[in-house]
Write a protein that binds this ligand. Structure first.
Ligand code: DX5
Ligand code: ZN
Length: 221
C-alpha cells in the first residue's frame, strides 16, 4: 500500500475565492486537489473546466491536480486538461466508447489515467485494463453532488479491488470518493483505500487543518 493521500474536493469550496481556498487547504496539510468536472449530461450538474484548472496553475498551485471527469464524451477534453496542468485524469467507463483508447490518450498526453466505478458498476470493467491504470477511483455516492451519505457496500467493494490491485504487484492507487468523514475514514482505510477525497467534511468546517489532522490520525490507526 502506498502513502496515504488526502485530496479535498474543491466542489465544496467557495468558488468566489477559489485560489485562496486551494492555498488554504494545501497549507492545512492536503496532498492533492480533487477537481470535479460535471457537464449536465453524464451527471445532472455543471461545474468547472480546463480554464479553471489552468487558472489554479497560474495562481501558483504546484500540488497534484486530480481531475475527475464526469463528462460524456470524454476524449475531446483530455488534451485540454493535460495542457491546463492536470496530473491525474480519471473517467467513467460508461462515458467512453473505447475505454482502452481513452486510457492510452491520457497517458500519451502526459497524465496519469484513472478509471472510476460508480456504486453499481461491476468490477469486471477492470478486466484487461487494470495494469494500464495509475489509479482506480471507487465512488461511494452516486456522482453529481457533494454532501451525500457514504454508501456502505463500498467497503466490501474496496476490499475486492484492493485484492485485485495487490495481485498486479503494481503501484496503482485506490481512491475513494463520496461521503468520506473523520468518523468513517478509518474503516475506509482498513478496507484498502490509500487515497481519500473529501469535500463537505473539509470545506464545511472552519479549520481545515484540524479536520485533515483528524482524518490522518484515523487512517494511521
Ligand atoms: C461527487 C464528487 C465528489 C464530491 C465529494 O460526484 O465526485 O468528489 O465532491 O463530496 P463529499 O465529500 O461532500 O461527499
Ligand atoms: Zn470526485
Amino acid at each position: 500500500m502506498q502513502a496515504p493521500v488526502i485530496a479535498p474536493s474543491i466542489l465544496s469550496a467557495d468558488f468566489a475565492r477559489l485560489g485562496d481556498e486551494v492555498d488554504r487547504v494545501l497549507a492545512a496539510g492536503a496532498d492533492w486537489v480533487h477537481f470535479d468536472v460535471m457537464d449536465n449530461h453524464y451527471v445532472p450538474n455543471l461545474t468547472i473546466g480546463p480554464l479553471v484548472c489552468q487558472a489554479l496553475r497560474r495562481h501558483g498551485v504546484t500540488a497534484p491536480i486530480d481531475v475527475h471527469l464526469m463528462v460524456e464524451p470524454v476524449d475531446r477534453l483530455v488534451p485540454d486538461f493535460a495542457k491546463a496542468g492536470a496530473t491525474t485524469i480519471s473517467f467513467h467507463p460508461e462515458a467512453s466508447r473505447h475505454v482502452h483508447r481513452t486510457i492510452q490518450l491520457i497517458r500519451d498526453e502526459g497524465c496519469q489515467p484513472g478509471l472510476v466505478l460508480n456504486p453499481a458498476t461491476p468490477l469486471d470493467v477492470l478486466d484487461h485494463v487494470l495494469e494500464d491504470l495509475d489509479l482506480v477511483l471507487l465512488m461511494s455516492v452516486n456522482p453529481g453532488f457533494g454532501g451525500q451519505a457514504f454508501i456502505p457496500s463500498a467497503l466490501d467493494k474496496l476490499r475486492r479491488v484492493r485484492e485485485r490491485i495487490d495481485a498486479t504487484g503494481k503501484p496503482i492507487r485506490l481512491e475513494i470518493d463520496g461521503g468520506v468523514k473523520p468518523d468513517n475514514i478509518g474503516a475506509i482505510a482498513a478496507a484498502g483505500a490509500d487515497t481519500f477525497v473529501a469535500g463537505s467534511a473539509i470545506f464545511g468546517q472552519p479549520e481545515y487543518a484540524q479536520v485533515i489532522a483528524t482524518m490522518r490520525a484515523a487512517i494511521d490507526q
